[in-house]
Every structure is written in C-alpha cells, then in structure tokens.
Design a protein around this ligand. Structure first.
Ligand code: NDP
Ligand code: 2IT
Length: 450
C-alpha cells in the first residue's frame, strides 16, 4: 500500500483488515477506494452517522458452495463455487462469474467491491456482486464444461433472478459457459427468464455489442483521455495484455481508430507482431480453436516473435491497455513503461496495476484510468441487455454501440469533473472512486440501515 490514508479512515481500514484476514486483493481494493475518500472524510457527518463505509465493506450476502461433477473418465471432481452479493442499493446485484484455478474468496470480494462503484458510474440501475469457481476450463472437454456449468447452476439458481442478482461472464466464462448456465437455469426453474443472466447469445436473448463491449468501451474511454490532451489513436503504437474477450475487442477498436497493436499476451508468454496484430488470426486461434498464442506465432511464421520470459510491458508503446488479470502490471513494469515514454495506461482488466505501479505512473505524468471507470462498458452493455429483455425488444449493432460510446464519454466526464471539484484535477482514480461512492452512499442514506 503506497499512499497514506486520512487519519479518520485509517482505523476503518484496519478494522476491515482485521475482520477479513489474509484477503490481500480485497484489502487492496478497499485501500484504493479509501485513499480517494480523503476530501470528504470528516466533512460528511451524515455518512459517518449512518456508518456508510462500514456497511459498504461488508457484503450483504456471501455464498460458498460445493460443485460436484464427473469427468469423462468417471472421476468425481469437487470445486468450490462462490457468489458474493455485495451491494444492492442501486439495483439487483450485478457482476460476472470467473472460472479460473486461482479463484478464492479474496478475489471474488475484491471484484464484487469494485463492481459496486463501477456499476454506479454507469448511471444504470444495477447493484454490485461477483461470483465464480476455482474450476479450470483449460483442457476440459465440451461435455465436462457443460456438466460443470450444470452442477454450478443447480446450486446458484436458488439465489439469482432478474430482480435479485444477475450474473454474466468474466475470465473463463464466455458465450459457451453462459449458454450451459442459462439452459440449466431454464430447466430447473421452468422459466424463460431472459433477464437472469447477461452476455447471452443473440438467438436466445442476448444484446448486440455485449461481446465487444468491454474492449470497445475501454478504447472509447482511452480515446476521450487522449482527446483531453488534443491527441488521438491515429498512428499510435499500442500494447494490449491478455488475448481473451476484453483484449481481442480492444485490439479491434484500436485498429478501427488507426492505432497499431504490436503485442498481445496470454499466460504462456506474448507475441510481438510489428506489422500489427492479425485480428482474424487472433480470433481464429483464441475464440475458435481455444489455443495458445504460440499457435498464432506458428501460423505467422518468422514474421513475429513469441517471447516466454519477461513481460509484454517490455515492448515499447505509446499506449498500454492491461486486459488480462489483477496485479499483472507491477512497479518494475511501470518503470519500464515510463522509461519508454508511454503516455497513457487504461485498464481493461480489473485492478491489473498494483498500487505501487499506479503511483509510479501518476508521478511520471502518465494518463492513468482505473478499471472501474475504463472497463465499465461491459457491465453497462449488460444493463442495456437487461433493458432490452425487459421490453422484449432488440436494438441494432449501431444503436447499441452508440449508447455504449455515450456512456463511456459520460463516465469520463464524471471522473474529470469530480476530480476537479474535489481539488485534484486529472486524477481519474479519485474522480471515479468519489463519483461512484457518493452515488451509492446517498442512496444508502435514503434507504436507512438495511
Ligand atoms: P478471458 O478469459 O476471455 O481472457 C483472459 C485473458 O487473460 C487470457 O488471455 C488469459 O490467458 C489471461 N490471463 C488470465 N489470468 C491470467 C493470469 N493469472 N496470468 C496471466 N494471464 C492471465 O477473460 P476476459 O477477457 O473476459 O477478462 C479479462 C479481464 O477483464 C479480467 O480482469 C476481467 O475481470 C476483466 N473484465 C472483463 C469483463 C467482461 O465483460 N468479460 C468486463 C470488465 C472487466 P490464458 O488464456 O493463458 O489463461
Ligand atoms: O468485471 C466486470 O464488469 C464484468 N465481468 C462484467 C459484469 C457484467 O455483469 O456484465
């Protein structure tokens, strides 16, 4: 933890750490928010009187359950399922499901906590939550993934609903998994309740642009940041980490806006393609074949480098978009970016930069956007999907994309206006945290102690 807390907030943070021992990612997310609250600490007695912050750090409900399933060879497997329903002040709990072997309660709680303020920033009527499992879909057959999803939903279905809690995708959960989850929900409940999940396929209640939304939204946000300095993506060299859903559609939008993405990564390394990433090949390898990036390098022959040591941040760039996972961009990587003259870092992933990395970037004058602002386009488009489901309507790609773009422009404006109002112009972290916090806190005061 690099930045110090306001003296009124330090005891509150210490209490969160004591109450949630060992949950380092959750502590990190809470600390970042509390640092930003300094301008209102002690100045909003109503928030103190109603113990707003204390209640915000305690999820409304935390579910942990066994997920038993059987492999193709007849072995019984046990995974752990989670759903942390963090805050439903602004609407039903809303947030993704992550299937990855590293998933634990701390990770789900940090993601659920961040989701509350991200969702508030979108201006849509959605609360915040997150869930998932330590299940690893890699190397599993279609049938194994389906059986796992069915078992997971057999428990989860009791807790979710259009007006209660609305999950979606995240790492390891895409259209395929959401299909199996929705199918099982429909079968168990005997209800075609479209609004219970978002990220659905276009033929069964999904929205145009939801697949693209997080990556596109991150680039729309970065475009606004560049515009605030009279710049654009045109001719920029861009590095994107990850090569999953968020990364692929960030690459697509950067290319549409005239930038060149020279590198992408996965957990096995990164590829450098100086001619610009071949997007259709990347989609073929990652979305259809579910292969490693080494297959991309093999297909491109000697034209690209596949690097398995170091980090993708070693590749010089003007703009860096971390779109893989939490804490993937650390202090040493931030120093490298600064040394290479990178001018902008916008987070497509959730909390990909460590607190120390953020301090280094900001002190060097790099424009930096936290994920809860810059990656909010995914959940915002989920809320547009819920809106279409509720009205049994569906909008065109163009209309939906324009709504997404407007939402990102609006979040960008809120960040800058709030940072300016509270005395730290250009601080996107403070702007995002305070704007989101104040919206949730005011509504919590109105709803009383619940
Ligand atoms: P995907 O599963 O589609 O892709 C994840 C990518 O990140 C893969 O390339 C994966 O590599 C890489 N990755 C994951 N974990 C690690 C790790 N521990 N070390 C190195 N690389 C890793 O997920 P998404 O693209 O959906 O999610 C990416 C990030 O964006 C996450 O932080 C997620 O929370 C966030 N996000 C997602 C949204 C969405 O709508 N999907 C919305 C907002 C934020 P490999 O394939 O080798 O595992
Ligand atoms: O982190 C996120 O915002 C997501 N994974 C998307 C959540 C959603 O409900 O669309």
């Amino acid at each position: 933890m690099t930045e110090t807390l306001h003296p009124k907030l330090q005891p509150q943070f210490d209490a969160v750490v004591a109450r949630n021992p060992g949950e380092s990612e959750f502590h990190q997310a809470v600390h970042e928010l509390m640092v930003s609250l300094a301008p209102i600490a002690g100045k909003r007695p109503d928030y103190a009187q109603w113990s707003i912050l204390k209640r915000m750090c305690e999820p409304e409900r935390q579910l942990i359950f066994r997920v038993p399933w059987v492999t193709d060879t007849g072995e019984v497997q046990i995974n752990r399922g989670y759903r942390v329903e963090f805050n439903s002040t602004l609407g039903p709990f809303k947030g993704g499901l992550r299937f990855h072997p590293t998933v634990n309660l701390s990770i789900i709680k940090f993601l659920g906590f961040e989701q509350v303020y991200k969702n508030a920033l979108t201006g849509m009527p959605i609360g915040g939550g997150k869930g998932g499992s330590d299940f690893d879909p890699k190397g599993r057959s279609e049938q194994e993934v389906m059986r796992f999803c069915q078992s997971f939903m057999t428990e989860l279905h009791r807790h979710i609903g259009e007006h209660t809690d609305v999950p979606a995708g995240d790492i390891g959960v895409g259209g395929r998994e959401l299909g199996y989850l929705f199918g099982q929900f429909k079968r168990i409940t005997n209800r075609y309740e479209s609004g219970v999940l978002t990220g659905k396929g276009l033929t069964w209640g999904g929205s145009q642009v939801r697949t693209e939304a997080t990556g596109y939204g991150t680039v729309f946000f970065a475009q606004e940041m560049l515009a605030s300095r009279g710049e654009s993506f045109d001719g920029r060299r861009v590095v994107v980490s990850g090569s999953g859903n968020v990364a692929i559609y960030a690459v697509e939008k950067v290319q549409e806006l005239g930038g060149t993405v020279v590198a992408v990564s996965d957990s096995g390394g990164y590829v450098v393609d100086e001619a610009g990433i071949d997007l259709s090949l990347l989609k073929e390898v990652k979305e259809r074949q579910r292969e490693r990036l080494s297959a991309y390098a093999d297909a491109r022959g000697g034209a690209v480098r596949h690097v398995t040591d170091g980090a993708v941040w070693d590749v010089p760039c003007d703009v860096a978009l971390p779109c893989a996972t939490q804490n993937e961009l650390q202090a040493e990587h931030a120093r490298t970016l600064v040394a290479h003259g990178t001018g902008l870092v916008a987070e497509g992933a959730n909390m990909p930069c460590t607190a120390e990395a953020v301090t280094i970037l900001r002190e060097a004058g790099v424009l930096y956007a936290p994920g809860k602002a810059s990656n909010a386009g995914g959940v915002a488009t989920s809320a547009l999907e819920m809106q279409q489901n509720a009205s049994r309507d569906s909008w065109s790609f163009e209309e939906t994309q324009e709504r997404l773009r407007q939402i990102m422009v609006d979040i960008h404006r809120q960040c800058l206006e709030t940072a300016e109002e509270y005395g730290d112009p250009g601080n996107y972290v403070m702007g995002a945290n305070l704007a989101g916090y104040i919206r949730v806190a005011d509504a919590m005061v109105a709803l009383g102690v619940v």
